[in-house]
Design a protein around this ligand. Structure first.
Ligand SMILES: [Mn+2]
Length: 444
């Protein structure tokens, strides 16, 4: 895949991540290896770098030379034998050998992970050597599209642990509790499973906050009659889960909450059922939109035909984000758009993070939602065309309803169903209510 024409002596140079600090202080942020480096080397500690030689298949690993002070302040210094055993490079070097190894290999072309890769490593390319900053990124993106068995094992475990932690939160949700306390329950449970690192900034949103798509303030007391939306996941060995559920704070769905929740559950079931090799993500998104509009039509919240409502982008007033994204070492794993494929320039679907045909081995989220967002519905009520499709008298009382999202993680495969759902967390209304009732009984 590398363009090595006339450059048989091309090499790949990659720099692993270093510890970063909070602004201008010595406060160290938790270390997280850069995903491409982690994917290729398996190294999840700071200050490593690597050279790959495509012609011979050789993997050179460069380990940082730790000073004695490291052993005092940071941790035990690994022996060369230990590093060799852990990461199994063909040749293990100290990082101060990088320049001399580079000079000995005398490449005429270097594939580097980023523009500043070589200068950040403190080395210079041999004179006349061409440097390509794009190909490694593009190729690794293609590799990461299809998960290996080892990756899937980690993703399954991440999903099991995160599902268990979400259920612990489900048992803790009640009027008078605070959003951040639910974060504490989730994190505490995940730590017990050994998952220490969030895959993204979690959302713990009650009431109207649940209609703010990336609400991360998490600082509100939860009230009787409101919904609570949790969208949070932690990583296991780099592989995250990305799960969302929405529950009634008081343990029982009100009539309108039940009605809206059922629409989202239907959107999710329809699209999960259709997820299989060969299907296009944008078609799954359209299916979710049509299911949404059918539900809203049934309830009398909108007027007209599904086709007309689709044509007028009414779906995007209630479901303004994409149906899902790839997931793996990054929560928004790369590769959603093949080269030359652009975003669809329409409300809602323009935020879709995948426009690809599904293939066996791809891992993705399916996360439809339904929100009452005053910033979208207000202007639509005044819009001469869109207002004609909206039943304002039924929608206006719901402006403070909040929102609902249900999100599972799937792997596309060649089985009869076309996929494996990694997420084992309750989502049926009666299951949710039964668990919340049981938890209430336990709490007393
Ligand atoms: Mn997601």
């Amino acid at each position: 895949m590398f363009d090595t024409k006339g450059a048989d002596d091309a090499i790949v140079v990659l720099r692993g991540a270093s510890v970063e600090h909070r602004y201008d202080t010595d406060f160290e942020l938790p270390f997280r290896q850069e995903s491409r480096f982690w994917y290729l080397t398996g190294v999840s500690e700071p200050d490593y770098s690597a050279i790959f030689v495509p012609k011979t298949g050789e993997f050179h690993l460069f380990a940082p030379k730790r000073e004695t002070s490291y052993a005092v302040w940071n941790g035990r210094i690994r022996s060369q034998e230990e590093i060799q055993e852990l990461y199994r490079p063909d040749v293990l070097h100290n990082s101060d050998a990088l320049q001399s190894v580079l000079d000995d290999l005398a490449p005429t072309r270097i594939f580097a992970g980023a523009e500043e890769e070589l200068s950040a490593l403190g080395v210079v390319a041999p004179e006349g050597c061409a440097i390509d900053h794009r190909s490694v990124v593009d190729i690794l993106t293609l590799c990461r599209l299809h998960k290996t068995d080892g990756e899937l094992e980690r993703m399954r475990f991440a999903n099991q642990a995160n599902s268990a932690a979400h259920e612990a939160v489900l048992r803790s949700v009640r009027p008078g509790a605070w959003e951040y306390q639910m974060k504490g329950v989730l994190e505490g449970t995940l730590m017990q499973h050994g998952l220490q690192f969030p895959a993204y900034n979690g959302i713990y949103a009650s009431g109207t906050n649940s209609a703010i798509l990336h609400y991360v303030v998490n600082h509100q007391e939860m009230s009787d009659g409101e919904l609570f939306l949790i969208d949070s996941g932690y990583e296991f060995e780099g592989y995250g889960a990305d799960l969302t559920r929405t529950w009634p704070v008081n343990g029982v769905f009100s009539d309108v909450q039940r009605e809206m929740y059922s629409i989202v559950l239907e959107m999710q079931k329809n699209t999960i059922d259709a997820t299989r090799p060969g299907v296009k993500m944008e078609d799954l998104h359209w299916l979710a939109c049509r299911t949404l509009l059918e539900g809203l039509l049934d309830g009398g919240y909108v007027k007209g035909s599904v086709d007309d409502l689709m044509a007028q982008n009414i779906f995007a007033l209630f479901f303004p984000h994409g149906l899902g994204h790839f997931i793996g070492l990054d929560v928004h794993d790369p590769g959603g758009y093949p080269k030359g494929v652009d975003r669809i320039d329409r409300p809602g679907v323009r935020f879709l993070r995948i426009r690809r045909e599904m293939e066996s081995g791809m891992a993705l989220t399916i996360e439809p939602g339904l929100y009452m967002i005053p910033a979208l519905l207000g202007p639509a009520f005044e819009d001469p065309i869109q207002s004609g499709f909206l039943n304002r008298s039924k929608l206006e009382p719901l402006l403070h309803f909040g929102g609902i999202r249900i999100e599972d993680n799937l792997v596309v495969n060649d089985s009869e169903s076309g996929h494996e759902n990694l997420t084992s967390l309750v989502k049926e209304i009666d299951e949710i209510e039964a668990i919340m009732k049981d938890a209430k009984g336990v709490r007393g």
